[in-house]
Design a protein around this ligand. Sequence first.
Ligand code: SIN
Length: 282
Amino acid sequence: MTLIIEPIRKEFSAEVSGIDLSQPTTAVIKQQLNSALAQYAVLIFRKQKLTPPQFMAAAEIFGELMDQQLKKYVLPDYPMVGCNSTDDLPRKNGKLQVRGENYHTDHSNDRCPPKATTLHALQLPPTGGDTQFVDVRQAYDDLPTTLKETIKDLRSLHVHQSSRSPRELTKLSAEDLAKIPTALQPLVIRHPGSGRPALYLNTGRMEGIEGMPADEGYALIEDLYQRATDARYEYRHRWQVGDLVIWDNQAVMHQANADYDPEQKRFLYRLMIKGVALTAAH
Ligand code: SIN
């Protein structure tokens, strides 16, 4: 079998074929896949059929596995493996309250946020439930020079849930909340793999901008968020059963969609890969 990497957009998102992820792979293939992830930021593998241990082994191609933060959404026999399941989602006025329903990057409140997150689709609704990704490297490149200058040294405190979060994050007991870290993160990071600068935003977790009056800080975050989530930076993934999608949390933001029939089951396994402490781009 020959590995084929076909870009979907220029330098952003690629479909990978010629590999069965349930089988052991070579050091050369691992290296090619890691380079592809650093370059394209979202990789899509179709028609995979992975048990939890096989999914873990496939994810380990990209690094060491990271613990799930929300222990209530893990597979009992494989606690490293999280699950995104409609069975666990609350409903409000008949609508599912889907986790991740605005653009975000995973666990930005960790000093070392996950390098990557991967989902493997086992059961899907007939329509809807896509996942969207935006390229925050390109969004940064396209900012006006004056705005780049304004934000280059700024940082934001990332917490479990921002006091101005546009969505409600999973409620935690006081005991669990005390264990959740907070981290000051640069607004513009140097990507740890590719070296490219990228916006680092997460409106659900950012508690303003360090040293800036609150309203001004949130207005700046909102302005950057609006720019970064422009449709021209988007790849929208339409899931098929058997897909494994892995994305780079320091190169994209992603969002889930609650646009499907709540009676239809959507079930995906989820794993995260450990990352490093983020540094500012300048
Ligand atoms: C997420 O990680 O935000 C969920 C993505 C999805 O289920 O589509």
